[in-house]
Design a protein around this ligand. Sequence first.
Ligand SMILES: C[S@@+](CC[C@H](N)C(=O)[O-])C[C@H]1O[C@@H](n2cnc3c(N)ncnc32)[C@H](O)[C@@H]1O
Length: 345
Amino acid sequence: MDQPSPDNTPRPTRRKRYSGKNPRRFEDKYKEHQGDAETMSKVMASGKTPAGTHLPVLLPETLKALRLRPGHTVADCTLGYGGHAEALLSAVQPGGRLIALDVDPLELPRTESRLRALGHPPESLSVHRSNFAGLPKVLAGLGLLGVDALLADLGVSSMQIDNPARGFSFKSEGPLDMRLNPERGAPASALLASANPDKVEHWLAGHADEPRAALLARHLAGKQFATTGSLTEALRELTPDPEEAELTIRRVFQALRIAVNDEFSALDSLLRQLPQILLPGGRAAILTFHSGEDRRVKQAFAAGLKDGTWSEVSDQVIRAGPEEQHNNPRSTSAKLRWAVRTSGY
Ligand SMILES: C[S@@+](CC[C@H](N)C(=O)[O-])C[C@H]1O[C@@H](n2cnc3c(N)ncnc32)[C@H](O)[C@@H]1O
């Protein structure tokens, strides 16, 4: 403990000592949290994302798909750390506008401050804590009939996953929470404790293609798992092969996160409303990270192309190249699809 100095003025708190060369715990990575340039570039060169940040996935490909021009109004449905948003905001200047949404009340104000510090006119950015299923309401509140372009980069950000207190990751001990908005709804621990085996099986099979959904559901449903560690341990006991256990844990955590945040309902709602949200000729780009999401986007775009809602959709899914996959392993599972709303529809 720090002792007061002889004249009783408090001494500055001493920095923690780490057992190795670098801090391992999320909270101790103070240089990354403060944005220290040298540390950040070292971390990125090693193929990792600096703590408390998020690298935008498929950024040039997303910008190409959206064809933004100065004066455009663009919606970023999933603001996160604002990596995409920064590029979208710049691309529509001068005279354009970014409407940014996210459900996360913890990260949203930090990201808004970073974006405002870029120095664009204050009226070129409006930030809303809202589920993207509520985008039409947000637009109506701003007096807008629609937007020229829209991005949804689905799922969770690296800041959310890396922070053990949010309970998203099996790699660190924390409360089994997983709420994108910790002020609403029930944490994963409560959801699991109150669910019956059929429900849990439905989550595991439907949200993560878990091959042993029925068996795992019987062991997990109605049980108390207060922490990420206790759930991980139970899954390891149920899965003797260590390699298979790793995959099972990933799938179960994904399935629970989707259930906790009702992610498929939000996506279905966005896809249904998309034609009304976009102005004629407007373009949408959606980034997905697993098959359940991508299937929905693919089917909605294919149906809209057939019935004339969309004049064009991406014929191939767009994936990250080897260099991006090395620099940002999160991009490995990313799939980008885009669609163009029929003009004069
Ligand atoms: C992959 S991150 C976005 C990263 C962002 N594109 C960037 O460059 O930093 C996904 C974000 O979407 C938010 N999110 C997920 N589902 C949402 C929903 N239904 N409505 C609004 N925000 C959502 C999460 O809280 C998270 O911040």
